[in-house]
Ligand binder design. Structure first.
Ligand code: PDD
Length: 280
């Protein structure tokens, strides 16, 4: 139905309590990218909040195909949102659960070449979120405030530090290049296990780009040769100033361009593969 006609009851626990989870799935050439991985992460988020998945993977794939066909654009992104549904307001779960499922697909605008060339500005802040950042929860108020901090400073992202250690961005994962090695914070309860993060690490491993998954200190972030942010919407993007200081020489670095190229090639081959192997 048209987006403006979609409605949710005001007592929906997603509206009242932020009690829900979500996914953002990029669609290239009308095919969802890394579909299995997104559905796996969705299942983990649902398990973490004790909510039964209302659909099988095959059903989800069918719904996405229908949604993408009904929307404009070869490249889109699917937003998928599941809440614990409407119930009398109470923090504890209701006895009868009728989850609310909301899906929409919007044209995907990838980063314009001029921004890719200059990279983007970021600021840092203390990571003041909860200790289950691995759940892709719809209750995003801390992320909202942290990303707004970047926008208020004329920047694109806020790089988060917890006890002197890099966690992630307000809406992205962060990679650091130091002495020619790509450093990535480990996947744990302090960061969202990004789908793009996995693609970047796989590409680095498959193309002999030195990589280390380990805790990254604030001083390593501040003296990085390169900083990258990754997300389904932004793909891989170079951060070229941090707190108004240039990162490295203030331009997207050599390894960034290598990863950008690998990522674009990977996207093209992944689309061809997904034609051959639909979810069944
Ligand atoms: N956000 N970390 C956080 C806190 C995020 O919100 C996101 C993505 C990521 C990157 O995950 P992925 O590579 O799977 O997109 C990491 C999405 C795009 C959003 O909330 O709109």
């Amino acid at each position: 139905m048209p987006l403006e006609e979609a409605q949710v009851p005001v007592l929906d626990r997603g509206f009242i309590l932020g009690d829900g989870v979500y996914e953002v799935i990029p669609v290239y050439s009308r095919k969802p990218f890394r579909l299995r991985e997104h559905l796996k992460r969705l299942q983990k988020s649902l398990d973490s909040i004790c909510l039964i998945n209302p659909h099988s993977d095959v059903q989800w794939a069918g719904l996405f195909a229908q949604l993408v066909a009904q929307n404009q654009g070869e490249d889109q992104y699917i937003y998928l949102h599941i809440t614990r549904g409407p119930a009398k307001r109470d923090h504890a779960f209701p006895k009868q659960i009728h989850p609310t499922v909301f899906l929409m697909s919007t044209p995907l605008e990838t980063t314009p070449p001029e921004i890719l060339k200059t990279g983007v500005a970021a600021v840092t802040a203390q990571d003041n979120r909860w200790l289950r950042c691995d759940i892709k929860a719809t209750s995003l108020l801390p992320n909202v405030l942290l990303r707004q901090m970047a926008v208020d400073c004329g920047a694109v992202e806020t790089v988060l530090l917890r006890d002197g250690i890099l966690t992630e961005g307000a809406a992205s994962n962060i990679f650091v290049v130091k002495n020619g090695v790509v450093l990535a914070p480990p996947k744990n309860h302090l960061i969202l296990p990004g789908i793009t993060y996995d693609v970047v690490l796989e590409l680095a491993a498959n193309h002999s780009i030195p990589c280390e998954v380990r805790a990254v200190s604030e001083s390593e972030v501040r003296t990085a040769q390169e900083l990258w942010m990754t997300s389904s919407g932004k793909e891989v993007l170079a951060i070229t100033t941090l707190d108004n200081q240039p990162v490295g020489d203030g331009k997207p670095g050599k390894l960034f361009w290598r990863m950008h190229e690998l990522y674009q090639n990977y996207k093209a081959t992944a689309m061809r593969r997904s034609e051959a192997q639909p979810i069944q």
